[in-house]
Ligand binder design. Structure first.
Ligand code: GDP
Length: 488
């Protein structure tokens, strides 16, 4: 699975970063989640609230006035793209549009100047903490199991998954094409490309299918980053490879070489250079979308979270034997976009996420890291109100629907506010996981929650004319869990 160099490099990196940590304390926070989970919005709101002194009553260092300032500094890794914070804030705050989503890894360093809470700590601390925020697609994590698989096993598993009843229709075209390929034929670039394109199209179709199927590797086929079109990304499974050793110069040999190159040049370095260096991790999930699609989608989300958490297990697959996972000592699983619900449902959403995470962590055999869960909105696009309907008073949320959103036959222009009754989540978390539960078996026409895409909010101004930071729901709790102890 691995070789000494990988482990030695990780050990050296760990040692040197711990040594430099003594002089300039740093905490590396990984932010992940499947695409559209809310990573970009979370990081933008995280940084904006710290730089602009946001309202963060549950973030102790800020609440007690110990933070003197927070500023962006040059990031430590020159070879990693910078998280485009300014562009994202320009979109969120000035244009009031949602920023471009995460497509690859990026990084940002936020340095916090603070005063320690205890006199003892004050004597020894430099009063500065650098938070290196690393944003990366959750899809890439799902590649870890490939490191333990030969090309033959990968091919075999891919065909097996594709033939499962839930995927059989989506994979049909690719399977048909793959069965016409002769692994022993001479290697041919165009055949390789056609097979890759068809296989990748099937993986993409699974991702966007309304059944919300779990994500299948290779992760870069869904989120290529900057490797789009490179040979290491132009391969596909081949049929009928049992025990056959490839003939040199054959299609089989070419595909196998590329698969191995993908593992060596893409997957391993990603884990070694990025994941192995993280101290803390937040995993964002779009629980609301899954809740609306019913118990099948919830089970699928749980499977994805299990696979993601398994990547942070100590000694996973011996690739990173403890050295890596031991570093991550806190993991937060957070359902964001809670501003789509009335606050009465926030605790219910959190209970559902807790249920899902507990089971996922147990199945992933996760130990050694503290895991917490949270229902939050990194950016709160709505406020709350009530509407009278006959004798009833209904809790509603109020916001500006995005241009083109249609609610009850009315198409919105992106400027007009409206109130909607979002719906309630069930009081018992377990019921959303039960197939066949008449009360909560959702279908497209009868979703649990009415999800309207609202525009980001207008920033409030105080009576003194000071513009406040981006509003949120429980973002301060996330900050406290992720970095609060490092500012004690
Ligand atoms: P990424 O792919 O994980 O980077 O996802 P983004 O951060 O780009 O978020 C995807 C979309 O989800 C955004 O364009 C917003 O429409 C929505 N979204 C994300 N976070 C929030 C939030 O806190 N509140 C609301 N209302 N919408 C959000």
């Amino acid at each position: 699975l691995t070789n000494l160099t990988d482990e030695a490099r990780i050990a050296l990196d760990t040692l040197s970063s711990r040594a430099s940590d003594l002089f300039s304390p740093t905490v590396r926070v990984g932010v992940t989640g499947l695409s559209r989970a809310g990573k970009t919005v979370f990081i933008s709101a995280f940084v904006h609230n710290l730089i602009h002194g946001g309202r963060l009553p549950l973030f102790e260092a800020q609440k007690s006035g110990r933070i003197s300032r927070a500023l962006l500094e040059e990031q430590p890794d020159d070879a990693v793209p910078r998280f485009q914070y300014e562009d994202h804030i320009e979109a969120l705050v000035n244009a009031r549009t949602w920023p471009d989503s995460t497509r690859a890894i990026s990084e940002l360093r936020l340095t916090i100047e603070y005063e320690s809470a205890s006199g003892w700590n004050r004597m020894f601390s430099s009063g500065r903490l650098s938070v290196d925020i690393v944003d990366y697609p959750g899809e890439w994590l799902l590649d870890l199991p490939l490191l333990g698989k030969s090309y033959q096993e990968f091919s075999h598993d891919a065909f097996e998954m594709a033939a499962l009843p839930v995927r059989v229709d989506l994979s049909e075209e690719w399977r048909r094409l793959a069965l016409t390929a002769d692994p022993d034929a001479d290697a041919d670039e165009m055949t390789a490309r056609r097979l890759f394109e068809s296989f990748a199209a099937y993986l993409q179709a699974c991702k966007f299918d309304e059944r919300a199927l779990s994500t299948l590797p290779p992760g870069r086929f869904l989120m290529p980053g900057d490797l789009d079109g490179s040979p290491a990304l132009t391969f596909a499974p081949l049929p009928g490879l049992e025990d056959s050793r490839p003939r040199p110069g054959s299609l089989h040999a070419m595909m196998e070489r590329r698969y191995e190159a993908y593992k060596t040049h893409v997957v391993k370095p990603f884990f070694r250079e990025h994941i192995a260096k993280l101290d803390r991790q937040i995993v964002l999930i779009d629980a609301m979308q899954a809740l609306n699609s019913g118990p099948g989608a919830m089970a699928d989300l749980e499977r994805a979270v299990t696979e993601i958490l398994a990547c942070f297990r100590p000694g996973r697959g011996s690739l990173l034997t403890g050295l890596f996972a031991r570093r991550i000592d806190r993991i937060l699983v957070a359902a964001t976009k809670a501003d789509h619900l009335h606050h009465e449902s926030h605790d219910r959403l959190q209970a559902i996420v807790r249920r899902l995470t507990e089971r996922a962590a147990a199945r992933a055999n996760l130990s050694g890291a503290e895991v917490d869960v949270l229902a939050m909105a990194a950016v709160r696009a709505t406020r709350e109100g009530t509407v009278k309907q006959g004798r009833e008073t209904l809790p509603v949320i109020i916001g500006t629907p995005l241009k083109g959103e249609t609610i009850g036959g009315v198409t919105f222009d992106g400027e007009t506010e409206t109130a909607i009754f979002p719906g309630d989540l069930p009081a018992k978390a377990d019921s959303v996981f039960k197939v066949g539960n008449a009360n909560h078996q959702q279908d497209r026409n009868d979703p649990a929650i009415r999800i309207v895409r609202f525009r980001p909010p207008k920033l409030e101004r105080t009576a003194e004319g000071v513009t406040l930071s981006l509003p949120h729901i429980r973002l301060d709790r996330a900050l406290q869990f992720l970095i609060g102890d490092r500012l004690a």
